[in-house]
Structure formats: C-alpha cells, structure tokens
Ligand binder design. Structure first.
Ligand SMILES: [Zn+2]
Length: 411
C-alpha cells in the first residue's frame, strides 16, 4: 500500500483559509448557526468537497455530506465528521478540526488513488452548538430520529426567526431526507475542551463515552422587604438559601464520586435591587458523572439541601428536573479501533470520558461510534482564545485516517 499519510501543510493552509470566514479581532470566529458567516463557511466547504470529487448531498436539516464510493457499492458506509457552526465569538478548533480533518483524510486517499472497500461519507452537522437555536445537536438529532423535522424547523432564535425559514433563506434546506442510510460506524475527532490531555502530556484521547447528567430548575420564594429597617431574624431571604445550596454543590462534588461535577450556572433574582431583600430566586443546577448512580445520589442530596435551606429561611420552594440523560458508553469495538490506530501511528494516548455532549452521542444510538480527542491548551473552549497545537490536530487526524482505513476494509 502506498503512503496514505495526511498532508499536514495542506491541511493547515485549508484550516487557516476556512477560519478567515467570520474571523474576530481577538483570534476567534463568529459563525453561529445559519448566520451569513455560517453560510459562507458552508459554501466554502461544499466547494472543497466537490474539488475532492465527493458526491455532495444536503439534507432537509442542512447537514452537508460528501460521499466517496468504495469498491463494494452495496456495503455499509463509514461516516465521520463534526460541525462547523460556532459559538458567538467562539474558537477556531471546536468542530472545525473534525470536519476539515475528515476532508484531509479523503484528500490523502485521493493523493494515491486509494480506494476503500466500503463507501465513505464525511459530514458537517447543522446547529451543533445550540447557541442561536436550542437545543444543541439539532442536525444529528433529527438524522438519528431523536427529534422530528417539524420540531426542528420551528425552533426560534431570540428574535423569533425560525430554524426552517433561516435554513431556507441561506439556501441550505436540501432535498434529501434527513435520515441515515446503511451505516457501518461513525468516528469524530474533536478538541477535548478540558484540561486532562494537556496535563497528562498526551496528544490523543480515546473517548470511551460521555457523562450522564441531570438538570434542575429550583425556585425559592420568600418575602421582599426593606433592607434597612428589617431585623436579621425577621427575614425570609431567597438568595441566602440559594447561597447555601451553591456551597452544598461544592460539598457534594467533593464527597460523592471522583468524576462528579456540579454547577449553578443561571440565577435570576427578584426584585434584584440594592436595598430590597430578595423575595424570589430561580436558579439552575447541572450535575454530571459517568456513573449514573453518582448523579442520582447528587440529586438526592441536593434535594435535601434545598429543603433544609428553605426551612431555615422560612421559604417556599420548588424543584423541577428538566432533563436527565444517562451516561453514554461508546461502542467497544470502535474504541478498540481508535486505540489500535493510535498505537500503530506511534502516539501515546489515554482513554477518557467526555464531560460535554457531541453529535457522536446521537450517532451512537444508531451505529457503532467512538471519538478521538486532541488536547485543548489550558482546557479552554467556547472562547476566542481556544487553541490546540497543530501537531496535535495532525495526530488526531492521522488516528482518524487509520481508524477509517481499518473499519472500511471488508475482511
Ligand atoms: Zn463542538
């Protein structure tokens, strides 16, 4: 077999060119879903897919596929990719590494006319980030049957623009049904967005699965009163109870399982004035772990803390669990494929679990799936300063290339 290695200079040039679209002064990109910049990025990608002799297909959700036939046209397809929408003023690597890396794998095969047994498809999923239209991972969600198309089309941004109409407006409401063909497996390269690989000094993370989580909405209802004349023993302060619960989150995460993380991320206070005792607070809780029992235990404990805090302060309270998702282990065979690919390429790696959700989660519900992580410098993501060493991007893509060669062969 000829040398199938990727061309890291070509890849880098493409990466830089792509990230000129929607580039921000602070070194990030601003290409939120279905924006003008997102359209330009899509146009560029489609052009490159065509240049690479891929058969381009846009589905009804605006997911962009590029297909390359294999020797056996009836065989199941090996699918790999990621997303190209960004956060508002987000980073250059999140998603882009996985999509342009997939394209570079195709280019490397084209360089030497290498033909796989199975057909290959690369993909850029629509609306992964979920910043303009919620929920996130909408394109892969419809593709895998988690959401129906009408639900997706009716998602609105904060100005009342609907996803379906915006998709049409930018010219990416495709004709092809948003549903999977016969898939053999799915791979995705992504930046880690956390600190573990960098701390371990390793270029590759073999992703075993993704954390499960619970999201809670909590409300405390007390009594507003003047902050001056009201004695401390006559207060029913909704924010004092919120502070106690926030501290309890730290206590629970320190004692309930090594990988448990917990966050109070959104807080609304009424009346939110300097001289009025807070009458009402609504806040969110987010607990995540790879162990479903740990999430369960954390939720039980925080329910008690909320009740105690309300009792101490004389408040009414309400707890609503708005989302509970179990931990999602990836396919053992695909995990092994990625580990073997890293070994063969001579890269050191560790197995790890993702704290963040990815399109790969939804793909994992319909086909064997795994992911490849590359280090995020300082664990930073969803910010303009997001950075990954180019050698690490190359390493992750080379592992993807080997995993694809492996799984696209028919024994
Ligand atoms: Zn991403």
């Amino acid at each position: 077999m000829s040398d199938l290695s990727i061309d890291k200079e070509r890849f880098r040039e493409r990466f830089e060119t792509f990230n000129e679209i929607g580039a921000t002064d602070a070194g990030g990109v601003n290409r939120p879903s279905l924006s003008a910049e997102n359209k330009r990025a899509r146009d560029q990608l489609v052009e490159w897919f065509r240049d690479a002799d891929l058969d381009v297909r846009i589905d009804k959700m605006g997911n962009i596929f590029g297909r390359r036939e294999g020797r056996d046209p009836t065989a199941d397809t090996v699918l790999f990719g990621s997303h190209i929408d960004s956060q508002y003023n987000g980073g250059r690597y999140d998603g882009v590494v996985g999509v342009l890396g997939a394209l570079e794998v195709i280019e490397a095969f084209n360089d030497v006319d290498y033909r796989t047994d199975r057909p290959l498809e690369i993909v850029a999923w629509s609306n992964e980030e979920g910043v303009r239209f919620q929920p996130d991972m909408l394109g892969s969600g419809v593709y895998t049957g988690v959401f129906d198309l009408e639900y997706a089309y009716n998602r609105e941004d904060k100005d009342g623009n609907r996803f379906g109409e915006e998709l049409d407006r930018i010219g990416y409401k495709g004709d092809h049904p948003c549903e999977p063909g016969e898939l053999h497996c799915y791979f995705e390269v992504h930046v880690e967005q956390g600190p573990f690989l960098e701390q371990a000094g390793l270029p590759i993370g073999v992703v075993e699965g993704v954390f499960g989580f619970s999201w809670l909405n909590v409300t405390f209802e007390g009594q507003a009163n003047h902050a001056g004349p009201t004695p401390m023993n006559m207060r029913q302060d909704a924010f004092v109870a919120t502070g106690a619960v926030t501290s309890a989150v730290r206590e629970i995460t320190a004692t309930e399982g090594t990988d448990l993380v917990g966050t109070v991320g959104s807080v609304d206070v009424w009346p939110n004035a300097i001289n009025v005792i807070p009458e009402r607070v609504e806040f969110t809780l987010d607990f995540r772990s790879y162990d479903n029992a740990v999430v369960e235990a954390a939720v039980d404990r925080i329910r008690n803390e909320i009740q105690w805090a309300a009792d101490r302060e004389g408040l009414e309270y309400d707890i609503e669990e708005i989302m509970r998702v179990d931990a999602d282990p990836f396919d053992e065979t695909c995990i092994e494929t990625v580990a073997r690919a890293a070994d063969d390429a001579g890269y050191e790696y560790t197995r790890l679990v993702s704290g963040a959700g990815h399109d790969a989660n939804y793909l994992n519900t319909i086909t064997p799936t795994s992911m490849i992580f590359v280090p995020s410098v300082d664990g930073v993501s969803h910010r303009e300063s997001e950075y990954t060493e180019w050698e690490d991007v190359v390493a992750g893509t080379e592992v993807l290339r080997r995993a694809v060669v492996d799984r696209a062969a028919i024994e």
